[in-house]
Design a protein around this ligand. Structure first.
Ligand SMILES: [Ca+2]
Ligand SMILES: [Ca+2]
Ligand SMILES: [Ca+2]
Ligand SMILES: [Ca+2]
Length: 438
């Protein structure tokens, strides 16, 4: 996809798969008895292959009937500008998960359960805000928030900005922005656990410095920002990788015994696993249509079992990747399965178990940014067969959500994941409360 036109204003980020993401990621740490191979690369793939076998058996046993999906949509804002990125986190520490939005000129949060909108930053830079990261990184029950701005993918030299936002005592008031170092075309950010078990701010630009419109040239510099005890003091950065191009999204996961989270990263070259500890990227799979633009990990029985992607960037294809089996060659790439080719400018993705199947469903949203009049929406894909290779789609929103980003979280405390989405052309934020029968 054209890097200067269609990418004028992609979404942001963070879209944690679920609010309980950090807990979920902890639970994915496998039993040490499963670890029989010491080198990292082999270890990861060995674990995934063993998991694949065990999980396939579990999947067979379940054979749950596809539950009837039912959602109650509630529009909590009808006047946003673009809604680049939406995240779910408890901002005010009342144990109710709030929503945080990176809009064109504002960073806001919506307070659960009234969904009252609080503007905490405005016009951080002359150009658009584009992403945010929101999670409780210090364990006090209240989210820490960072934001990316000065979005201009056509300027691969001077664009981009990264801010950490210091909250006031009253978190409904304006937060103090601290400007940090940045690479050009800052585009996605997440709080990611490092080797010490603490959180770094990982920022993934869209392009390498000085790249041309075809995304040729230097690789994208993926940086981990180390949080200082005083956030107004300089933040050290570490480069995690500089080899990929057009890296449109990433998803942190916990795949092994070391504290650092691994990351699935997608770009022009395909789907990769980034090991922050070893500073290594491994190609898991690719395609002939220009790589991928969105990525999220899916779980079965609580463990990562598949990775889903939107291909290519802003593309029409929803794909699913699963690890090669233990009997396949160690270098075999992951198996790719196309689930849908009818998305129009696919731009939002999440995995979670909305219906109590014991395995994740896939939620995908598309925005039709360059197709005026084309129908936009959100769909959920549910696996229906014992091997997890057949999926059926159910429409959640038919034309009322030009989906820029979405996130799954339980937003009304009934233990069922709900969907929250932000729409560009539709200029809205909606919660789809999950009323499916488990
Ligand atoms: Ca709250
Ligand atoms: Ca906190
Ligand atoms: Ca790890
Ligand atoms: Ca719920």
């Amino acid at each position: 996809m054209n890097t200067t036109s269609k990418c004028q204003t992609p979404k942001s980020q963070p879209g944690r798969s679920r609010t309980t993401n950090d807990e979920t990621r902890k639970s994915e740490i496998p039993n040490p008895n499963d670890l029989r191979i010491s080198s990292f690369g082999f270890r990861i793939f060995f674990e995934l292959r063993v998991s694949a076998f065990v999980i396939s058996c579990l999947w067979c046993l379940e054979l749950a009937q596809a539950a009837q999906l039912k959602f109650k949509p509630v529009e909590i804002d009808s006047k946003i500008e673009i809604g680049y990125g939406i995240a779910a986190a408890d901002v005010n520490g009342d144990k109710k998960t709030d929503l945080v939005l990176a809009d064109k000129n504002q960073i806001v949060w919506y307070e659960n359960p009234s969904w009252k909108k609080h503007v905490i930053a405005e016009k951080l830079t002359p150009r658009d805000h584009v992403c945010l990261a929101a999670a409780d990184i210090d364990g006090d029950g209240k989210a820490e928030i960072a934001a990316g701005a000065e979005w201009n993918p056509g300027d691969t030299v001077n664009s981009g900005a990264v801010f950490y936002l210091i909250p006031p005592a009253d978190r409904t008031q304006k937060w103090e922005p601290v400007k940090l170092h940045h690479e050009p075309t800052v585009h996605r950010m997440r709080w990611v656990r490092n080797a010490e078990g603490k959180f770094d701010l990982v920022v993934v630009p869209l392009h390498g410095r000085g790249n041309n419109p075809k995304a040729e040239g230097a690789g994208v510099k993926i940086l981990a920002y180390k949080v200082p005890s005083d956030p107004t003091q300089p933040w050290k950065t570490e480069s995690l990788d500089e080899s990929l191009h057009k890296t449109h999204n990433f998803d942190p996961v916990q795949l092994d015994r070391d504290a650092a989270e691994e990351m699935f990263v997608v770009g022009k070259e395909g789907l990769f696993l980034l090991d922050a500890t070893d500073r290594k990227v491994t190609l898991l799979g690719t395609n002939s249509i220009g790589g991928a633009g969105e990525v999220r990990a899916g779980r079965v029985a609580g463990k990562v079992f598949f990775v889903t992607t939107v291909e290519p960037m802003h593309g029409n294809t929803l794909a699913l990747y699963t690890a090669p089996s233990a009997i396949e060659h160690a270098d075999a790439t992951w198996h790719r399965l196309v689930l849908d080719e009818s998305l129009i400018d696919g731009h939002a993705l999440a995995c979670g178990d909305l219906i109590g199947q014991g395995r994740d469903q896939i939620v995908v949203g598309w925005r039709a940014m360059n197709r005026p009049g084309a129908k936009v929406g959100v769909k959920v894909f549910i696996s229906t067969d014992k091997e997890g290779r057949k999926w059926t789609a159910t429409t959640v929103d038919d034309g009322g959500m030009a989906c820029e980003d979405l996130v799954l979280a339980d937003l009304n405390g009934d233990a069922k994941l709900d969907i929250a989405a932000a729409g560009r052309a539709t200029k809205n934020v909606k919660i789809y409360f999950n009323e499916s029968q488990h």
